[in-house]
Design a protein around this ligand. Sequence first.
Ligand SMILES: [Zn+2]
Length: 247
Amino acid sequence: MNEIILLGTGGGRIVVFQGIRSSGGILIKYEEKIVFVDPGPGALGGLIKNKIYPNKIDSIWVTHKDLDHTGELNIIVEGMTEGGFKKRGKIFLPEEVLKENILLSYLREYVEEIKIIKELDSYEVCGLKIKTSPRHNHRETECYGFIIENFSFGYLVDTKPEENIIKFYSGLDILLVNCVLLEPKEGVYHISLRDIPFVYEITKPKKLILTHFGMRLLRFGFKNISEFLSKYKISFGLAYDNMKIKF
Ligand SMILES: [Zn+2]
């Protein structure tokens, strides 16, 4: 069965680094293949919980270098290649992840291929057709979201909510959005709950799923979040750790 498992749904410093929610990334299971997106803190534990061992991972995809997206990248690469004894797997990542040595240099020899992703390009990953977004506005960080054409699924990762970026994600069946903040905050390059009606208006997915919750948003509570979104007649879901989306 094809499915996406949200191993981690926490975002923002407090939630990630106090372990209030996992930030372990996303698994995409497609036709017996497994792609691991953004193995952050909790990645290995999340895999094991699903009885998937790292040597079953076929490819890794990284959206940007931040620790909540790469904290366990090296661990997963080591596990995927059985400590380098089996040269296997492909890694797709922004160049910055290599330049800043987020991926340790000795592990680079262990994998079959490292492919640098750029904005607005198409990639074939284990039979999945993945299209990258325009470069997101996430501080100075090189960051791209993506669409998986096979599933009509989009992942709008960390960014300031700007129309020229967001319109890339229009007309999908499911749009997963990293919604970290309760309200927009000066100098913080993230989407807030208050921005979601704007995001929805531009993209109009059949279903919008919020994830990557920061602390204030979790304290605000799912009941209040739901009430807020219902006012705008948005068809939405609120993610939880280990949530499964079937395709
Ligand atoms: Zn993040």
